[in-house]
Ligand binder design. Structure first.
Ligand SMILES: [Zn+2]
Length: 426
């Protein structure tokens, strides 16, 4: 029997185990924020992987944002050496899940099964993918015990809040250094027949317009920061949004609507602060002396971050040139460069071949509209041979009644195990 056939049989025989593992992971409520039960999920996986011959390390991201003795940021890195030197293939999953929100009809931490689905917070994003990668590694090891190189599995904190207590921390400690790891697969829910090559860039900034306070009955004695901001928003509608819509990308971003530059105004605040809901008084009449918006600009691999920023500055200067009393400030909050792994990279080619072997159809190549932990592996780890690939539908992430398909997980596990065979079999 050839190795690939043997691997597929090994995974078929582990189907119940795959389901049980996914349920166990869902039942550990690793909510972030604030970051609950991180140690528990790392201990659970460490115990399982140690039994499979992995060297396990528990790493706390001391002093990372959010880390405290109440909510320590625990990460697990497990490594299993092969029979001879060779490449290392690393599967990285985040173990945190987002808040529940409203609208659940299932127990969010029950791991309920109905038909081919397992329900629960994190089922698709991304405990199903984590479970699939563990089963893939175990099945591959059983089928090919004399493999070369090494297999690593990590379960990391805080992806949902930026990854600074997780992958970013590990990357600064050298865990993703090219001399240690050569191939990375992040089993985020991009669906079993798609390879995610990377993501668009991000720039968050706060824009503030200035005014002068005065009595609301005599606004001409002051200067309204809100009216200045409305000039900014009008200019955005009239010139900026059409400009952004005209910037199309060669990146295969999904959904299609994100295949261009985009900008969202996340928040707007101006004038008197809002009172607590139990306050029963009336507001005081004042002209607003400050107004702020937070913008979320997503940019393309064809754009430079400097151009993205100067586009906004140019727009503000254009308004200032014709609007008396207009003054403003722009403050940077956060930025991430776009990244896109080459289609000829070894991990991409191996995964594409494995998808074809398991599913009998060609892999689709996609790029994520938003960022994920690949940003840290790329920027801090300097490792370019990285993709996201895993079971589940991205649209279900962060939704009530989130679920993952059992057959999808099993198929993805086969793909991941075949990638191991391609890259590590002697
Ligand atoms: Zn995720």
């Amino acid at each position: 029997m050839d190795l690939n056939t043997l691997i597929k049989l090994e995974i078929d025989s582990r189907r119940d185990e795959l389901v049980a593992l996914t349920q166990d992971l869902i039942r550990i409520p690793t909510l972030n924020p604030p970051g609950r039960h991180y140690r528990e999920i790392c201990d659970y996986l460490a115990e399982r992987l140690a039994r499979q011959g992995f060297q396990v390390e528990l790493i706390r991201a001391h002093d990372a944002p959010g880390d405290s003795d109440t909510y320590p940021r625990w990460n697990l890195v497990a490594r299993r050496e092969g029979a001879a030197p060779g490449d290392c293939v690393h599967f990285n999953s985040h173990h945190d899940v987002v808040e529940l929100g409203h609208g659940w009809t299932r127990d969010p931490f029950g791991g309920e099964i109905e038909g081919d689905r397992i329900y629960g917070r994190g089922a698709c994003d991304m405990k199903g993918g984590l479970a699939a990668s563990v089963i893939a590694a175990e099945a591959f090891i059983a089928a090919c015990p004399d493999y070369h190189g090494a297999i690593e599995i990590s379960a990391t904190a805080d992806e949902e809040s930026g990854g600074y207590g997780g992958v970013a921390y590990l990357a600064t400690k050298g865990y993703f250094a090219p001399e240690r790891v050569q191939h990375v697969i992040i089993p985020e829910p991009l669906h079993k027949d798609q390879i995610c090559l990377g993501h668009r860039g991000v720039w968050w900034a706060e824009i503030e317009t200035h005014g002068r306070i005065a009595h609301g009955s005599m606004p001409f004695l002051g200067d309204s920061a809100i009216r200045h901001m409305s000039a900014v928003l009008t200019e955005m509608e009239e010139t900026l949004y059409p400009l952004l819509a005209s910037k199309r990308t060669e990146m295969p971003v999904i959904p299609e609507g994100a295949r261009q530059s985009t900008l969202n105004v996340n928040a707007i605040h101006g004038g008197a602060p809002e009172q607590a809901p139990d306050f029963t008084g009336l507001p005081a009449p004042c002209v607003a002396d400050r107004c702020r918006i937070v913008i979320d600009r997503r940019f393309l691999i064809e754009e430079q971050i400097d151009e993205v920023k100067s586009e906004i500055t140019a727009m503000m200067e254009h308004i200032r040139a014709r609007r008396p009393g207009f003054s403003y400030e722009i403050r940077d909050l956060f930025e991430v460069q776009p990244t896109m792994t080459d289609r000829d990279a070894p991990v991409v080619r191996s995964t594409a071949a494995a998808i074809e072997a398991v599913l009998g159809r060609e892999a689709a190549y996609v790029v994520s509209p938003g960022t994920y932990d690949q940003k840290h592996i790329d920027r801090i780890g300097r490792l370019k041979n990285c993709i996201a690939y895993g079971p589940g539908l991205l649209e279900l992430a962060h939704q009530p009644d989130e679920w993952v398909g059992i057959t999808d997980m099993a198929d993805s596990a086969k793909v991941m195990a075949l990638v191991l065979a391609e890259l590590l079999a002697p």
